[in-house]
Write a protein that binds this ligand. Structure first.
Ligand code: GLV
Ligand code: GLV
Length: 326
């Protein structure tokens, strides 16, 4: 039997490519930039499998361009870039990379939380510029974290991991879940409280966003939500940018209606809302939540195993339309 043809839309860590090459003919976008849409569509025309990124739309147009496709593996846990119902309708299995990036992304949320609370980037800037005049009792005062209330919006895998990491800081934890059902682990381990979104906004000193992007969460954080938060509150987002109305966030930060924000994701990546990059009370990262060497390698091997399983007619480990294998 001839080996299947696989296209990888951008270079991923080598161990994933090695796995693919053992079982398939692998072609890859050799550059370190996304392919223009037309070129991507041309590249996948004769492929049975594609391993792709969250920056690519995997939709009817994509599937039309790849008539031989028998599997698509997303190199991401988020899958708002994939039209899963359309894939299922065409009986094409699709997968994502959960679990292997949970701790990395939760750690990134903490990095942002502390960076904003203790004004790490501002302070670093003063040191580097040579402008520091020496120690002072009132310089660069930040917000304490220990004992403050942590609000988790979307206590799934990553949100729960972020919450569990708060144990050392003895934080009361409130949370929401997509299902509205309580989280057993958070209740047991932290005595956390499932609350309404409104109550979470009112009670939290720090809010960390982990909800997936869907029609129910788009612009969940808008001007009205910021108005209900404490003026001392800090908002962190390592999930998906469009969950926050970014222009409204810039206004809220500029007018100090909330104290600060730490962002890893944006509404229109790679762009930021005008003014965001000028605010001292925002810390902005270039979508690196899963970006540890460990996680990115594990994502590569998981995505590769998923894709090879699909091409083998087997259910992948982390399938987004498992009903195809029922
Ligand atoms: C990153 O944003 C991911 O969804 O893995
Ligand atoms: C600060 O450096 C202190 O010793 O209080």
């Amino acid at each position: 039997m001839s080996r299947p043809r696989i296209y990888v839309t951008r270079r991923i860590p080598e161990p994933g490519l090695d796995l693919l090459r053992q079982a398939a003919e692998v072609d890859m976008n050799p550059g370190d930039a996304p392919l223009p849409r037309a070129e991507l569509l041309a590249r996948v025309a004769d492929c049975e499998g594609v391993l792709g990124l969250l920056t690519e739309r995997i939709d009817a147009e994509f599937f039309d361009a790849a008539p031989r496709l028998r599997g698509y593996a997303n190199y991401a846990v988020g899958f708002d870039n994939i039209d899963v119902p359309e894939a299922t309708r065409r009986r094409i299995p699709v997968s994502n990379t959960p679990d292997v990036l949970t701790d990395a992304t939760a750690e990134c949320a903490w990095a942002l939380l502390f960076a904003v609370a203790r004004r790490v980037v501002e302070g670093d800037g003063v040191m580097r510029s040579g402008a520091w005049s020496g120690w002072g009792p009132l310089q660069f005062l930040g917000a304490g974290v220990t004992g403050k209330t942590l609000g988790i919006v979307g206590a799934g895998r990553i949100g729960s991991a972020m919450a569990l990491m708060s144990r050392g800081f003895r934080m009361p934890v409130v949370y929401t879940t997509g299902s509205g059902r309580p989280s057993e682990v958070l209740d047991r381990e932290l005595g956390a409280e499932l609350v309404s979104f409104d109550e979470l906004l009112r009670r939290s000193d720090f809010i960390s966003v982990h909800a997936p992007l869907n029609e129910g969460t788009r612009h969940l954080f808008d001007a009205e939500a910021f108005a209900r938060m404490k003026p001392s509150a800090i908002l962190v987002n390592t999930g998906r940018g469009p969950v926050i109305d970014e222009a409204a966030l810039v206004d809220a930060l500029r007018e100090r209606r909330i104290a600060g924000a730490g962002l890893d994701v944006y509404e229109r990546e790679p762009a930021m809302a005008p003014g965001l990059g000028k605010l001292d009370n925002a810390v902005v990262l270039p979508h690196v939540g899963s970006g540890t060497r460990e996680s990115r390698t594990d994502m590569a091997t998981l995505a590769a195993r998923n894709l090879l399983a699909m091409l083998d007619g087997k259910r992948p480990e982390t399938c987004l339309n498992p009903e195809l294998y029922a």
